[in-house]
Design a protein around this ligand. Structure first.
Ligand SMILES: Cc1cc2nc3c(=O)[nH]c(=O)nc-3n(C[C@H](O)[C@H](O)[C@H](O)COP(=O)(O)OP(=O)(O)OC[C@H]3O[C@@H](n4cnc5c(N)ncnc54)[C@H](O)[C@@H]3O)c2cc1C
Length: 309
């Protein structure tokens, strides 16, 4: 309808122009013959035709431009969807990244919609920078499942020249690629948590969850590090567990903390009946040693919940 009206207008315009033109030719009764002069051919045929052709060209060009912008929009939408969820991979932007100790970072990222985990679980993370997208490393969530963000506490190893070293160059606004959630450590019941170094991370989320639910109860933490400077989130742990924390340092003697490595003798003070669980997380040599000490102290295998790094 719009096109018909516009076409009519196009035809009427030259007619009107023609009627307005100054003319010296006197009016006569002869029927109008558009071919009688070059002037009338131009006004009645050439100009309307030219206007119609120009109008049609303009319409076609507009249609093509719209098509192109629609398909561009579609492809942008598809690639945005692909970016945020790529076959169980999630691209997330880093909100903040700071040191919590001399070699450990706290990384806070956006949380993808519908992404969920149980306290103690982990995911593989890669840095979304050229050459690093396929370098996946496992890290544990330290935030709570209900938090609107994700938090990771990550110990860096510059000597590995690997992903954790690269993380030292990463800034807020850069992106990480998260994968599926997995993990062996989940809370089963009250017990003793034994962590070495960055092995504290699954316990942080578990303690935060228990504290939130007023269920810290008789849980106890034994936290082994080399020196005081290596203790991760010391104040947070004290807030969560009050006095139910023992720190043991292997390379620094202090008045405040235990000194040395974890031994059977050290552990025997924590054994309290058959119902308690022992949660272990840390470097493999420490895990092997503690596991065999606990076995010697009579702790059943099914009461040990562990994850070796
Ligand atoms: C389920 C799970 C959850 C984890 N969660 C966390 C967490 O929340 N926070 C955290 O900090 N860590 C966590 N870790 C450990 C973490 O994944 C590793 O520390 C990390 O992958 C190391 O990455 P990288 O790129 O620095 O080293 P990589 O290049 O991946 O090196 C890995 C291994 O290579 C060897 N290696 C390489 N170079 C050297 C070198 N120069 N000297 C000695 N050894 C070397 C070491 O054996 C080292 O462990 C977790 C591990 C597991 C399995």
């Amino acid at each position: 309808m719009r096109t018909i009206l516009i076409s009519l207008q196009i035809f009427l315009m030259p007619l009107w122009t023609f009627a307005q033109r100054p003319t010296s030719v006197p009016y006569d009764d002869r029927p109008l013959n558009v071919f009688e002069s070059v002037e009338s051919i131009i006004f009645y045929i050439v100009i309307p035709l030219a206007i119609i052709v120009l109008y049609v060209i303009w319409r076609i060009r507009r249609k093509n431009e719209r098509k192109a912008s629609d398909s561009l929009q579609k492809s942008e939408n598809t690639s945005a969807e692909k970016n945020s969820t790529m076959n169980n991979k999630h691209l997330v932007s880093i909100r903040s990244i700071d040191h919590v100790t001399h070699d450990t970072l706290r990384v806070v990222t956006e949380k993808p919609g519908g992404y969920t985990f149980t306290p103690g679980q982990a995911t593989d993370i890669a840095i979304n920078k050229n050459g690093w997208q396929n370098e996946r490393r496992p890290f544990t969530f330290t935030s709570l499942p209900g938090d609107p963000y994700l938090e990771f506490i990550i110990k860096t190893y510059p000597e590995h020249d690997g992903a954790t070293d690269k993380l030292l160059d990463v800034k807020a606004g850069d992106e990480l690629i998260l994968h599926e959630v997995f993990g062996a450590i989940t809370y089963r019941g009250e017990g003793v948590f034994i962590a070495g170094g960055a092995g504290i991370t699954p316990f942080i989320s578990i303690f935060r969850d228990l504290k939130n639910r007023n269920k810290i109860g008789n849980n106890f933490l034994v936290y082994a590090n080399k020196t005081t400077a290596d203790i991760i989130l010391k104040e947070d742990l004290e807030d969560l567990l009050s006095d139910s924390v023992v720190h043991i340092l292997s390379e620094e003697e202090t008045d405040e903390y235990e000194y040395g490595l974890i031994t059977e003798d050290f552990l025997k003070d924590f054994i309290d009946g058959d119902d308690q669980y022992f949660y272990l997380c840390g470097p493999p040599p420490m895990m092997d040693a503690v596991e065999s000490q606990l076995s010697d102290l009579g702790v059943a295998k099914d009461k040990m919940v562990k994850e070796a790094w």
